[in-house]
Design a protein around this ligand. Structure first.
Ligand code: ADP
Ligand code: MG
Length: 319
């Protein structure tokens, strides 16, 4: 199979979107943008052995490569529309490509995302997806709008994905809970619907990819504020409780990464009403409060609490 066969067979798929005027097959795609909307663009790369273990199933790799990108659009409150795909492969394995495309398009179809172009090269297994979508008018979410006194929320259960990665890497045999956590790592659910609803009400938002505490620090730095994160408020995972010590679970929740949950802030006087009006596919939990000083502190039983290890940074010493 040559490069052109791969593209024709796996990636030149007709989409149902009327705004794709020219898709895969020409030198570039032509897309119809709409007056009054704002285009929102993001890109994420996943590298074998860095972002997923070497033996990961191809369908999970395809799903996850798009999911991590959709998560960025969720954090902006955007509706996804188009993607491009750069695929670096060591060899053209049909079974692998079948699996990869099925996982990728399973999630793409769910959110009506059209693949409109890309690049296919030989090299180590590296997948880059660029995602584009839009927000109506001038309302999008940023990291920079959190105000002192705002309440801090997180969606889902932070830590489960990192626990799932540990299950894979340490080959923990744990039946149903192990399978559940592994799935949470391999198939993150982008919180698009939540981001869309938060678009006009949250003061700040970001998606949690590198670890809750590390990412909270980024949100606080962007907003020029600090935060108190109350560790006792973190949602508990039944699956994690079955397989891990409480302290390890806490470590995963605060520093694990790969959650792809939304971290967001709401004005205190409106938070309860907003939360009760949300149509939710996962829980959201208040885990802290934004402060005027610029420190980000964790509290456990009202006392300062330090974690052992910080979140993920590709270029930090020791990673
Ligand atoms: P060129 O060499 O002229 O840039 P390519 O051979 O790289 O063209 O690509 C041909 C067409 O196939 C283009 O429309 C390109 O966007 C598309 N394409 C290539 N690889 C992929 C891919 N992995 N996924 C989707 N579209 C792709
Ligand atoms: Mg060309």
């Amino acid at each position: 199979m040559g490069e052109f066969d791969i593209i024709a067979r796996y990636f030149a798929r007709q989409s149902g979107r009327g705004d794709v005027l020219l898709g895969v097959g020409d030198d570039a795609a032509v897309l119809d943008t709409h007056a009054g909307r704002k285009l929102v663009v993001a890109m994420d790369t996943v590298v074998e052995g860095v972002h997923f273990p070497v033996e990961t199933d191809a369908a999970d790799i395809g799903y996850r490569a798009l999911a991590v990108n959709l998560s960025d659009l969720a954090a902006m409150g955007a509706e996804p529309a188009w993607m491009t795909l750069s695929l670096s492969l060591s060899r053209a394995n049909e079974q692998w490509l079948d699996g990869f495309a099925s996982g990728l398009f399973e999630l793409a179809d769910e959110y009506n995302v059209a693949l409109v172009g890309g690049d296919t090269v030989r090299g180590p297994l590296v997948i880059t997806v660029q995602i584009a979508g839009w927000v109506e008018s001038d309302a999008w979410l940023t990291r920079s709008g959190a105000k002192p006194g705002d309440l801090l929320f997180v969606s889902g259960i932070p830590g489960e994905a990192a626990a799932g990665l540990a299950v894979i890497q340490r080959r923990i045999l744990g039946g149903e809970p192990a399978a559940f956590l592994t799935h949470r790592f391999l198939r993150p659910r982008p919180r698009i619907e939540l981001g869309r609803q938060l678009r006009t009400v949250a003061t700040a938002a970001m998606d949690v990819s590198d670890g809750l505490l590390t990412d909270l620090k980024k949100l606080c730095a962007a907003s020029g504020v600090g935060a108190q994160l109350n560790v006792d408020l973190l949602p508990e995972s039944a699956a994690m409780r079955e397989l891990f010590e409480a302290d390890d679970g806490l470590q995963y929740a605060l520093a694990g990464g790969d959650d792809y949950e939304l971290l967001f802030t709401l004005p205190a006087d409106r938070a309860a009403a907003v939360v009760s009006s949300l149509q939710l596919q996962q829980r959201v939990t208040q885990i802290g409060v934004i402060t005027a000083d610029t420190d980000v502190v964790c509290l456990r039983n009202g006392q300062p609490f330090r974690i052992k290890r910080a979140g993920y940074d590709h270029f930090a010493a020791g990673q």
